[in-house]
Design a protein around this ligand. Sequence first.
Ligand code: KIV
Length: 273
Amino acid sequence: MSVHNIQKRISIPDLRAMKGKSRIVMLTAYTKPMAQLIDAHCDVLLVGDSLGMVVYGLDSTLGVSLDTMIAHTQAVMRGSSHSCVLLDMPFGSYQESKEQAYRNCAKALAESGAQGLKLEGGAELVETVEFLVARGIPVMPHIGLMPQRINEMGGFKAQGREEDAVKKWTTIAKDFESAGAFGVLIEGTVEPVARAVAEAISVPLIGIGASPACDGQVLVTEDILGMFPDFTPKFAKRYAELGAEVSKAAEAYAAEVRSGEFPSMAHCFGVKK
Ligand code: KIV
């Protein structure tokens, strides 16, 4: 299957139209099997650069390359047919200039089949978003807690506690909307700020650790499944404990191999019934 199977998917205009009508459901997906399992229940699958930490065991998202993001997005496209798929542009692939951003964003869209891109940034990114949107690249800026800025922030710390936070982030979100962003994502930000931003813009605000005031929610799928043992953020709710199940299954398999119980004749070729 081509990775450009976008005909029947939820589109970028569909997402925009959901503002104020229905809450947008977004989860991360990094692989084809996971995309196949969750696609039907979501509106958006985000191929997040969090895959650097969740899949590759990095300490932060900073070491993820554009080619890695494209390869994982191609896999997610092959495993989905319903959700809108967004690719997260990795650190260093768009911050240098609007021209660099266009080159890498065009490559990401063309090679991955994703319908839109997510870019982390504040006021400094507005001009780039305008440049990209004017050239046919749908963009969702990511504001608030920006994991690509972990060094500057001194860790994964909730944002929006400063006195002028409401004014600062509503202004930035409105500027992104004026620049043509089809939505905004806000991470790890206190409720009053998220609420003010959601009310200030007429495109959807997707939240992660940013309260129910947002127009939709996103979480890392491995967090809701209990599959990322290293760390579970305060804002993530676990809906299953698959990590424990995986460990139990491996333990049972190991015991059966060691005792000779597995494989049985039922698992062998060339055995008469
Ligand atoms: O990389 C990611 O998965 C993200 C979400 C957590 C919003 O940016």
